[in-house]
Design a protein around this ligand. Structure first.
Ligand code: ADP
Ligand code: MG
Length: 621
């Protein structure tokens, strides 16, 4: 008689997934091996944009792909569906201005959108997002497809809004075990339910909304004491301050193009990119290019300038905090723990002002845009009958990354990431017909590889000869629960791969880690310049090669003046890349080169040249 193997021990119950159904982004997590794990789409950012694109024919598209259509096909996308959940026409008048489709009300008072001749309720639209999030989650779960979910909603959601969320899940074929409040979920992710009692402030600044909630913990149970916020204040408004700066300079130059939806969308994305960079670096390049219009525009924005622009917005969030505290009948010093939630709390000025306001350091250890989904997974685990004994998560104290062309570092696993974890990034080749790549794995926060701790080197050979920038090498960093790091590099077209195993913390004392962190603060400014210089020079090299590769073909199709201008810009850029040490001069040469290549880029709009002009490159063997 054969034995039937039952894997009872590893999966004692039917797991329950936690889902953060957000206004801007949605994502799922599951509790496993003692902690919540985000179920991220393969090799991608964990956040799934809550955006639906409706092609004229065919099925709606949800997520990242849909958001890209916002640029090429404005007017066929739905954003911020969450705002319409459980609401009637009269409640959402202001928000309808952003909706490119006709809206009416059913006889039951439900909203409905008329999209290419079909009607959809907000519940049906949210169901599309939930299905996408659930699909992506299940892809990461090797065959199991849990249908039971915990979904989070804002603390201020009323019964109709909560019911609409349940209905959306039902339409998506999911079984909602519980709806929980977002601030409660965030507190659960930090294990605050393990405290006997206390008071928690949850500050949630997302893409388009701001919520603050004051919670009390009594014997591990959360109670909402007060909520406040602004349903139209978020990261989009921070972006808008930068868009305004750009428009002021651009308007005279572009005329009525400034009103074009695709132009506006492109500018918004450029502003968001600059903002995100400023959360990491003391200054950033606000960079906007419309090759079709021969338009290129740059501005250096320092963190101080950005902070001055957004200060009034941050103050508005603090006004709401003040109201919530008054409603709860508490003084600021009564708050024991502050939890930051939402992607926009990555802005350093936000963290600083919140800390000043409450007089206490807020929790920032977990990713603010993942913490709600993580907490939902914790709740799911508890509801599935699981227990929680591991409270504190192990995190990696220093970032792990790779040396890139020119000696800068690309950080792959960021410091304070909970372990185990893995992260994948794509790289490309720097030179034509480059058949091998050297990988240098480094640890630390400094911007130049030479200032980081070297962990090991490996070589990937056997890349088929192709033009620079065309090869796709995916590099995966896997850090297991024991702190062992496995780095694997794989060339996509042939599947050739190489891998190395290192122990990042081997031989490092806590004091040394502390010293390394301190050094990164002490050298922040010079490191930033050095890495900018290295990256600019690499970029110039890549641009010069890409241009040269296309010039033979294009020389006859461009007018002589353009060609002369381009030749001159190439020579100047090359001079700057060879010997110049002043960042500003090199930046100017790069900008000049970019401007001069625009006519060529417009000629080659097939995408190939553009691809070669972007992408991080790794040194050749
Ligand atoms: P929501 O809860 O509204 O769905 P999220 O919590 O995902 O939204 O927050 C999305 C917002 O966070 C966007 O405005 C995005 O630009 C912003 N954001 C994401 N990362 C950063 C960053 N590093 N610095 C500043 N803002 C960021
Ligand atoms: Mg959110």
């Amino acid at each position: 008689m054969a034995f039937l193997e039952l894997n009872v021990l590893n999966n004692p119950q039917d797991p329950i997934i936690g889902i953060d159904l957000g206004t801007t982004n949605s994502l799922a997590a599951i509790f496993r091996d003692g902690r919540p794990h985000i179920l991220r789409p393969h090799q991608q950012d964990s956040r799934i944009p809550s955006v639906i694109h409706f092609p004229k024919s065919g099925n709606p598209i949800v997520g990242r792909a849909a958001r890209e259509h916002a640029y090429s096909h404005p007017g066929t996308n739905l954003f911020s569906v969450k705002r319409f959940m459980g609401r009637g026409l009269a409640d959402v008048k202001g928000d309808l201005a952003e909706v490119p489709f006709p809206v009416s009300e059913t006889e039951h008072g439900l909203l409905q959108f008329d999209i290419h001749g079909k009607t959809y309720t907000p519940q049906e639209l949210s169901a599309l997002i939930l299905m996408r999030v659930h699909d992506v989650a299940c892809q990461q779960l090797d065959g199991i497809m849990p249908q039971r979910v915990v979904i989070t909603v804002p603390a201020y959601f009323d019964d109709a809004q909560r019911q609409a969320t349940r209905d959306a899940a039902k339409l998506a074929g999911l079984d909602v075990v519980r709806i929980i409040n977002e601030p409660t979920a965030a507190s659960l992710a930090y294990g605050l339910d393990q405290k006997k009692d206390g008071t928690v402030a949850v500050y949630d600044l997302g893409g388009g909304t701001f919520d603050v909630s004051i919670l009390s913990i009594e014997e591990g149970v959360f109670r909402v004491l007060a909520t406040s916020g602004d349903t139209h204040l978020g990261g989009d408004d921070l972006d808008r301050t930068l868009v305004e700066v750009a428009l002021e300079e651009l308007r005279p130059q572009v005329g009525e193009l400034a009103e074009d939806p695709a132009f506006q969308q492109g500018l918004r994305l450029a502003a968001e990119k600059c903002k995100i960079e400023l959360s990491r670096a003391p200054e950033a390049d606000f960079h906007f290019v419309v090759p079709e219009r021969n338009l290129t525009w740059h501005k250096h924005v320092s963190r101080e300038e950005f902070e001055a622009l957004v200060a009034p917005l941050i103050e508005r969030t603090l006004d709401a905090c003040r109201r919530a505290m008054a409603d709860a009948g508490l003084h600021n010093d009564a708050i024991d723990e502050i939890v930051l939630v939402g992607g926009s709390t990555r802005v350093p000025a936000v963290q600083r002002r919140v800390e000043e306001f409450f007089g206490k350091k807020p929790h920032t250890e977990l990713n603010p845009d993942e913490v709600v989904a993580m907490g939902a997974a914790v709740q799911g685990h508890i509801l599935a009958g699981g227990t929680r004994d591991i409270l504190l998560m192990d995190v990696t104290p220093l970032s792990l990354g790779l040396e890139t062309m020119g000696g800068a570092t690309a950080k792959i696993i960021l410091r304070n990431s909970p372990i185990p974890c893995q992260q994948t990034e794509g790289f490309t080749t720097y030179a034509d017909n480059q058949t091998g790549v050297d990988f240098h794995i480094v640890q630390g926060e400094r911007e130049l590889a030479a200032d980081c701790r070297s962990l090991g080197k490996m070589k990937l050979s056997g890349i088929p000869p192709m033009p620079a920038g065309m090869a796709r090498v995916m590099v995966r960093f896997q850090l297991d629960a024991n702190g062992v790091l496995i780095v694997t590099a794989k060339e996509e077209s042939t599947g050739t791969q190489a891998s190395i195993e290192v122990q990042p913390m081997h031989g490092l004392t806590d004091d040394q880690v502390e010293e390394m962190l301190q050094a990164s603060f002490d050298h922040a400014r010079e490191d930033f310049d050095a890495s900018l210089l290295a990256n600019l020079k690499t970029e110039i090299g890549t641009m010069v090669r890409a241009t040269a590769a296309h010039m033979d073909d294009a020389r006859d199709r461009l007018d002589p003046e353009t060609v002369a201008d381009l030749d001159e810009a190439i020579a100047a850029a090359q001079r700057a890349a060879d010997g110049e040490t002043d960042v500003k001069v090199v930046q100017r040469a790069r900008d000049e080169l970019e401007r001069a290549t625009l006519p060529l880029a417009a000629l080659l709009m097939d995408g190939v040249a553009k691809q070669a002009l972007t992408g991080k490159s790794l040194d050749e063997v």
